[in-house]
Ligand binder design. Structure first.
Ligand SMILES: CC(=O)N[C@H]1[C@@H](OP(=O)(O)OP(=O)(O)OC[C@H]2O[C@@H](n3ccc(=O)[nH]c3=O)[C@H](O)[C@@H]2O)O[C@H](CO)[C@@H](O)[C@@H]1O
Ligand SMILES: C=C(OP(=O)(O)O)C(=O)O
Length: 422
């Protein structure tokens, strides 16, 4: 099993480009199931979750090819082909919850889907009730049996959907389903993440009629058929934020290119509060920490445009070495502090009380063997390793590979001493 070995202490300097966003590429790949003409996706990141999604779509009978592009991303071409299978099996869904995203497209286009219930994961219970309630309201017949969601429908019918809670993949599933429903659907209390806007733009390229994506109310005028087209996946704002925190923690100066400064308002605000000088252009962000130790910041996670839960572990790592006390409140997932005991093994002074982590910054973490438990917890540990005294060995890096495209090479390009070991 791969591990990462990090020798802490280097101040990060230079420029790194953001990869395409995992959380945009996954729903967009699922949405290729809706297309009746060829689709080309560019700027697709090289991630384990992308490989898993391709495997899932191919098992359904989809015809997908993947090519490496010169910029290190991949390009995926989907040729329209009738599906042969409508089941997402447990063995794939358990490795990637986002497999649930095939549910909406399968029901909308083919009228049937058998998708394994994703169940919980390391960060929380993560039910999918709002996905199922929304599809039922669109006319699908849904039952849950033997761990599988069984959905059947004639043509879905548009309706007004009031989502009981703000769910990102829930909104995406319903948006994809409504695109082929008969008549108008209005999704109220929709999630507003930029990845939903990217999905809506992709669906619009295919011929869908959508307005309001990125707001809490999305209107979809269903069409009979969607075509094809080309779409560039948006940049990964969480990967971008992770590199910026790395720069801030090491006192360095890093420019992240090919990214989206407007997607990161809440994160940039906290980095400025931590003492970073931040400048932005149309598609780049530069953070200059001027050799200073960051100041501790208070974080409260909430749906976009507030502070993203997917950046919470990284800010715990920052607060661990910051000047002062920072309070981190995790309000999205009930169990997303798995990085804390690992950071404590590196000497961090963090106390968890319910959903609040109180981080009292210390000047220097000490390297230790640590265990990655989920994707962003792993990122937090990498950041801690970059500033710890000595050599940090991070086990279970496969979590990181789900969502970071070649993180060690990118960090090495900025001067970090990090390598993958077997
Ligand atoms: C592939 C992808 O895009 N994943 C992101 C997506 O996950 P995902 O879409 O799974 O997260 P949701 O937005 O659905 O979850 C938000 C909260 O709502 C709860 N909930 C959700 C649905 C439901 O039916 N019932 C319910 O109680 C969840 O348990 C969680 O506490 O948004 C999360 C929140 O920004 C991010 O951390 C993930 O990186
Ligand atoms: C929690 C995440 O992803 P997923 O929803 O795919 O588990 C994440 O990207 O941090």
């Amino acid at each position: 099993m791969d591990k990462l070995l990090i020798s802490g202490g280097a101040q990060l300097q230079g420029s790194v480009s953001a990869s395409g966003a995992k959380n945009a590429a996954l729903p967009i790949l699922a949405a290729t199931l809706l297309a009746s003409a060829p689709v080309t996706l560019t700027n697709v990141p090289r991630l384990r979750d992308i490989t898993t999604t391709l495997e899932l779509l191919r098992r359904l009978g989809a015809d997908l090819s993947r090519e490496n592009a010169a910029d290190g991303s991949t390009q995926i071409v989907a040729q329209p082909t009738p599906l042969t299978n409508f089941a997402a099996p447990y063995e794939l869904v358990k490795t990637m919850r986002a497999s649930i995203l095939v549910l909406g497209p399968l029901v909308a286009r083919y009228g049937k889907a058998d998708v394994s219930l994703p169940g919980g994961c390391a960060i929380g219970a993560r039910p999918v009730t709002v996905h199922l309630d929304g599809l039922r309201a669109l006319g699908a017949n849904i039952s849950v049996d033997g761990g599988y969601i069984r959905a059947r429908a004639e043509r879905l019918r548009g309706t007004r959907l009031v989502m009981e809670m703000v769910s990102v993949t829930g909104t995406e599933n319903l948006l994809m389903a409504a695109a082929l429903a008969q008549g108008e659907t209005v999704i109220e209390n929709a999630a507003r993440e930029p990845e939903i806007v990217d999905l809506a733009e992709f669906l619009t390229t295919l011929g869908a009629k959508i307005s309001g994506a990125g707001t809490a109310q999305i209107q979809i005028q269903g069409v009979n058929q969607l075509g094809g087209g080309t779409h560039r996946v948006m940049p990964d704002r969480i990967e971008t934020g992770t590199f910026l925190v790395a720069a801030a923690m090491t006192g360095g100066r890093v420019r992240v290119t090919q990214t989206c400064p407007d997607c990161l308002d809440a994160v940039l605000r906290k980095l400025r509060d931590a003492g970073a000088v931040i400048t932005t252009g149309a598609d780049w962000i530069e953070l200059d920490m001027q050799g200073q130790r960051p100041r501790a910041v208070d974080i409260h996670t909430a749906p976009h445009p507030a502070f993203p839960t997917d950046m919470q572990a990284q800010f715990c790592a920052l607060n661990a070495i910051a000047d002062g006390v920072g309070t981190v409140t995790e309000a999205i997932f009930e169990n997303r502090f798995m990085h804390v005991p690992e950071l404590q093994r590196m000497g961090a002074d963090i106390r968890v009380e319910g959903n609040i982590a109180i981080c009292r910054g210390i000047k220097q973490l000490t390297a230790a063997p640590v265990m990655a438990t989920d994707l962003r917890a792993s990122a937090g540990l990498v950041l801690a390793g970059l500033v710890a005294k000595g050599e940090t060995l991070i086990d279970r890096v496969y979590h990181l590979d789900r969502g970071y495209d070649n993180i060690e090479a990118k960090l090495r390009g900025l001067g970090a001493q990090i390598q993958r070991v077997k």
